[in-house]
Structure formats: structure tokens, C-alpha cells
Design a protein around this ligand. Structure first.
Ligand code: OMP
Length: 288
């Protein structure tokens, strides 16, 4: 069965469930806070609880692969199960893997996350363009074929990112602005929106202008940084302007710290979702 394009599926999920993305980030400290052991049993219980609590209500769940990889093959098995269960319950799964390599190796990363035959098949994956946007081509092409999406790091939420992302190229455009230009070209003509997203931190405030960033890429903008990193939903209209209706805000620890109680996780995600909805309505005159 061929999937509809990711951008179409994501827009529908955002309309039906609201745009919130919740991260599945099983930090060792969170496992401890939840009264779980820092081992495969704790990892499995944590992950299963988050999926059970949220996969039937949030638009996107974003497992952070590193927290599973640190447990080796058994951690990956937990991740595989989480992806399948979350998708089954109706959430889109964005695999946060931040992969990037030369094209021929990128093809293997693409196959891992975006080929429907793979055990880790996800609706979308995060990638790093530090080897050059063109090195991402195998992932961009496979996404088009399989109805999946790719989120390219453009302006990350951490303060260190500016060193690379604000760097100015020979023609005068910043590295970040160049990535956004590539994505705009990739998404041209797609409706209701394209499947190629940019990662733009919700924490960035005025520094977006410093990077000369035009966020109108006709694709989704993953905005991490709400909650533990200090940004709030109310910041979204200020940071994203008219592009706010294309923003998929991510919260990880801000929600996860309310576990292991399922009702408390749901209540927290619901609160963030309400705040995001209010912020998008206040800031997006073209919101539909
Ligand atoms: O691609 C990402 O998801 C990402 C990009 C970025 O610029 N900043 C960022 O924090 N993230 C991820 O988003 C999540 C943020 O988690 P919290 O700070 O706990 O909400 C982590 O999984 C990060 O790896």
C-alpha cells in the first residue's frame, strides 16, 4: 500500500489533533524519576507508557533514537515496537536520528527509516545537512517514493548552533537560509504542504532575523525547545510570524516529567496542546 505524501498526512493530523509533537526521550534521569531501573526493562516500561498515554491523541511522536541505541540491540527492539505501536494507534512517528553522511551511506540511513520494508520504518526522520544538502538526496528521493518525510536541521535550538548555521556563504546568504532555500525548492507546488521540513528552534527569538531566515518553505517547521529548554508556546508567534501555522512544536521532558501516571501525561500534553492552539490562533492571520 502506498502512503499519501507525508505533508498531506501531517497537515491532516495537525488539523485533527493539533500540531503538538511529543518526544520520547528516555533519559536515565527520567527513568529514575519514574521509579524505573536504568536497563532494558525500565526502557521498555517507559516507552510503552508514553505510547499508551499519547499515541491516540497527539499528531506526532518523536522517539529520540540515541536513548534506545545506548541499550544496544535490545534497545533497538524496544524502539521498533514503539514505532509500530504508535503508528497503529494513529500517531505519525518522526524518528529523531539526525543522520548525515556521504550520499552512498546516506542511502542506507534512508533505507533504515524510510523504506516500508524496514523494521524501523517511520513516517519521517531528522537529518543533518552538515555534509552538504546534496548528500541528503537519497533520503529526499526515497521519502518522495514512500510517502514519508525528512526534517533537515536548519536553525537548531541550542546556542552552539549559530557558529555553523549563521555562517555566511560567499554569495552573502547564511548556511541556515541556504538550507531553507533548498527546502522551499523541494516543496514547490506541493499542496496542502510539502513533505520536507526544517528544524527551527522555538528558543531562537530574534536570532532568526540575524540568520536572514525566510521560513516560508511550504513545509513543516519542527520547533523543539518548548518546556525544558525555556521556550513557551506563547513564543511561537513571535519567533515564527506568519509561518506559525506550519509549526510542529516539540516538547519532550516538559511532558515526560509528569509520568509515569498515564492520566498526568495526558493532562500535561493536553495543556501544551491548548497553549499551542491559542498561540497559533493569536499569531496566524492566515490560519485555516
Ligand atoms: O531535531 C530535534 O528534534 C531537535 C533539534 C533541535 O534543534 N533541538 C532539540 O532539542 N531537538 C531534540 O528535541 C528534543 C528536545 O527535548 P526537551 O528539551 O526535553 O523538550 C530532544 O530530543 C532533542 O534532541
Amino acid at each position: 500500500m502506498t502512503l499519501e505524501p507525508f505533508g498531506t498526512r501531517l497537515r491532516r493530523a495537525m488539523d485533527e489533533r493539533g500540531p503538538l509533537c511529543v518526544g520520547i526521550d528516555p533519559h536515565a534521569s527520567l527513568l529514575a524519576d519514574w521509579g524505573l531501573s536504568d536497563d532494558i526493562v525500565g526502557l521498555e516500561r517507559f516507552t510503552h507508557t508514553v505510547v499508551e498515554a499519547l499515541a491516540d491523541r497527539v499528531a506526532v511522536l518523536k522517539p529520540q533514537s540515541a536513548f534506545f541505541e545506548r541499550f544496544g540491540s535490545r534497545g533497538i527492539a524496544v524502539l521498533e515496537r514503539a514505532v509500530a505501536d504508535a503508528r497503529e494507534a494513529g500517531a505519525l512517528v518522526l524518528m529523531d536520528a539526525k543522520r548525515g553522511d556521504i550520499g552512498s551511506t546516506m542511502a542506507a540511513y534512508a533505507a533504515t527509516y524510510l523504506d516500508p520494508a524496514s523494521p524501523l520504518f517511520s513516517d519521517a526522520v531528522t537529518v543533518s545537512p552538515y555534509l552538504g544538502y546534496g548528500s541528503l538526496r537519497p533520503a529526499l528521493d526515497l521519502a518522495r517514493e514512500s510517502g514519508t518525510g525528512v526534517f533537515v536541521l536548519a536553525l537548531t535550538s541550542n546556542p552552539e548552533g549559530a557558529e555553523v548555521q549563521h555562517a555566511v556563504r560567499a554569495g552573502g546568504a547564511s548556511v541556515a537560509a541556504t538550507m531553507l532555500d533548498h527546502l522551499r525548492a523541494e516543496n514547490a507546488g506541493a499542496a496542502p504542504m510539502g513533505s520536507y521540513g526544517a528544524v527551527v528552534g522555538a528558543t531562537l527569538g530574534d536570532s532568526l532575523a540575524a540568520a536572514g531566515a525566510d521560513l516560508a518553505i511550504n513545509g513543516p517547521l519542527l520547533a523543539p525547545g518548548i518546556g525544558a529548554q525555556g521556550a513557551t508556546a506563547a513564543d511561537l508567534p513571535k519567533v515564527f510570524g506568519a509561518a506559525v501555522r506550519d509549526v510542529v512544536p516539540n516538547v519532550s521532558r516538559g511532558v515526560l516529567r509528569h509520568g509515569p501516571d498515564v492520566a498526568a501525561l495526558r493532562e500535561s500534553a493536553g495543556r501544551f496542546a491548548d497553549e499551542v492552539r491559542a498561540a497559533v490562533e493569536s499569531g496566524g492571520p492566515t490560519a485555516g
